[in-house]
Design a binder for this molecule. Sequence first.
Ligand code: ADP
Ligand code: MG
Length: 335
Amino acid sequence: MNHQKGRVIVSETESIRFDSLDISSELLRAVERMGFKAMTAVQQKTIPVMMEGSDVIAIAPTGTGKTCAFGIPMLEYLQLHEDQIQELVLAPTRELAVQITQELTSLARYIPGARIATLYGGQPIAKQIQQLKRKPQIVVATPGRMLDMMHRGLARIDRIHTMVIDEADEMLKMGFVKDVTSIIEATPSERQLVMFSATTNQDVMTISWKYQYQPVEISIEAVAENKPQITQYVIEADRKNKEERLLYLLDADEYHRIMIFANTKSMTDRLCSHLQKQGYDAQCIHGDIPQGKRNRVMDDYKRGKFAILVCTDVAARGIDVDDAVSYTHLRAHET
Ligand code: ADP
Ligand code: MG
């Protein structure tokens, strides 16, 4: 470990247990129940710094346990007797917002008074308004729906103490810069602002520069221990035999779960129904599929109820599924 001023770089993995943290026994029990023993690198670095109240910008590869890295300090500092929104997490996609809520809910298992609301577009607003009426202390939201709720006067964030932006690079790339900025500006200026990103880019740095106060930079390099074991390869195919190649791979029968990414919604639909007709256990999600169904499909996929998920990039970032194989590189070469 190598502490320079304002910057923590970790390359080696030291095994540090969660019980070395100064956190409540309820959180420790929850972590134990989730089956975690040692902290991941990003958790080792982020949790203490966040608990000190510093702003953080953490750049870490996917699958390194970022959700618990911010979730643990968030739950540790929840004031259960106060019922205004205290903590806000912004995520770029609906699927990710749902997943973050699930992880926070697992962490909050032994903290019965913790209330979490999840706000995202594409689902009837009435149900989410109900969630807000229950006075959540934590809100996990996509930017559009969050702003909508703020404009309706249903979600006040002028007393929050912690705001987390997850997948910041992706969020800002998706054109949410203005929305994210308006949301940050509605929070108190002394709140803690924590950003997580897989990469840095100009927009991420601008937000950091404008709104963070002496942020601690945490950068976790992708090393063998934290890199998911992914083998990538490209199969060259032309339009005509692309599908045949894909079926050949699916029939190789080596994989339990497969994600197939397609470029457009209509390609996703077409490929999925084609696979279903041929007897493959496939389902699809994309932006035109009603949100309730998207949630069900994603949930069933994570539980292993079907094997092949065909999707657009709504499922590309931050989504955590074990053992999945993805086919994105099956590109057609126009001839
Ligand atoms: P990221 O946001 O960095 O992509 P996630 O927070 O989605 O990663 O975590 C990836 C997976 O690792 C999840 O299934 C999560 O429950 C699990 N996980 C998180 N922390 C630990 C830990 N300390 N030990 C083992 N597994 C963990
Ligand atoms: Mg994540």
